[in-house]
Design a protein around this ligand. Structure first.
Ligand SMILES: *[C@@H]1O[C@H](CO)[C@@H](O)[C@H](O)[C@H]1NC(C)=O
Length: 358
């Protein structure tokens, strides 16, 4: 890399003079304008000095392949604590004292190709709020925003993107009867509701994405409270999904095992697999290093642990931070494996096995 720098610098100047906007992931840059579409100029210092073009947008597998396969044959980039956004202003009048996990709005996350959101829902101020808290209680200093505001952003996205499916995974502390249902109603999201009765048991495939789109049932919601499946028709997450450990326990190289609430990862009576990959305490500055080789290594580790099943959901903090392809490339790997046995979903569309070397 360093030895080549003397040769690549003049080359970049020549390309620039020719007006060739052909920047690739990994090229050095000083602003995003130096990079290609769907890329950012990002500095993964101090470990990797200098700014490089990195990916910032996911590949859409429905467009690259088609959407006529079962929902569980695709992988979706997922943001952990999607609502815990750095510059979200205080909505309680009290300065917030808690961690953040993401840097752009829910709308931007969705527009960049994030398709599953992990949200922590709490009873608060007679309503439902998204909070980062402890002990199942939300406080003025730990509250991000009313769930209604976020749900309205999701509604606007689904309305503007009639072929897309969004999954919500709720760490749910709402105990008010019909508390969540009321917010889903008020936000306009109920019209996209995918009913629990259509969710498969015993390891069967999910409905085809094309059928979910045709019936406009494009919102999947999972709660961590078991009883809500019967009382409110909100799917209990671990009836349908296995999930590995989260936090530091989920980042131990070479190890991938289920979190306590989930069946063992190789229990293939649950048709969906969720992989967490984020530390217990989110650290912005080092997240770009985690979204690199160690992430793809863990994708492979969890594949084996899940009984040779590729994850459908890949959940990360600061999803755009990386030293190159990051969580976007790891999702392309998952979709490549799921859809055509290739290492990258973009190779599937070539219609040949040539690029699918393992
Ligand atoms: C969609 O893609 C899959 C995987 O490549 C293929 O098997 C299937 O025939 C395609 N369906 C349509 C309708 O094109």
């Amino acid at each position: 890399m360093q030895m080549g720098a003397a040769f690549t610098a003049p080359l970049l100047v020549v390309l620039g003079l020719l007006g060739a906007a052909t920047a690739n992931v990994g090229d050095s840059c000083s602003t995003a304008a130096d990079c290609g579409a769907g890329q950012l100029c990002f500095d993964c210092s101090p470990e990797l000095a200098g700014a490089n073009c990195v990916r910032s947008v996911a590949t859409n597998p429905f467009q690259i392949i088609n959407n006529s396969l079962p929902f569980n044959k695709y992988a979706f980039l997922t943001t952990h604590n999607s609502f815990a956004i750095v510059r979200e202003p205080s909505h309680t009048g009290v300065p917030r004292i808690t961690f953040d996990n993401q840097e752009d709005t829910i709308t931007d996350q969705l527009n960049n190709g994030v398709r599953a959101l992990m949200l922590d829902t709490y009873d608060f101020k007679g309503d439902v709020w998204l909070c980062h808290s402890t002990g199942g209680m939300c406080y003025d200093f730990s509250a991000f925003e009313p769930a209604l505001d976020t749900f309205k952003e999701i509604e606007a996205f689904l309305s503007a993107n009639p072929s897309e499916i969004v999954t919500l995974i709720l760490e749910d502390y709402v105990h008010a009867p019909n508390g969540l249902t009321n917010v889903f109603k008020a936000s306009g999201l109920l019209k996209y509701w995918f009913p629990v009765s259509k969710m498969p048991h015993n390891g069967k495939d999910w409905p085809l994405v094309s059928d979910m789109v045709a019936s406009n049932q494009r919102l999947l919601v999972f709660t961590s409270i078991r009883s809500k499946q019967a009382s409110e028709g909100i799917a209990y997450q671990w009836n349908f999904m296995v999930e590995n450990n989260y936090g530091d326990d989920g980042m131990d190289a070479g190890k991938c095992s289920n979190r306590a609430e989930s069946a063992p990862l190789n229990d293939n009576t649950k048709s969906l697999v969720l992989m967490n990959y984020f530390p217990s305490v989110p650290v912005k500055i080092t997240s770009c290093l985690q979204h690199s080789k160690s992430l793809t290594d863990m994708v492979n580790t969890c594949y084996s642990a899940a009984g040779n099943r590729w994850a459908n959901f890949l959940a990360v903090d600061y999803y755009k931070r990386s030293d190159g392809g990051g969580a976007f490339q790891a999702t392309d790997l998952l979709n490549g494996r799921l859809l055509c046995g290739c290492q990258d979903v973009k190779a599937c569309s070539q219609g040949s096995g040539l690029m699918c070397s393992s």
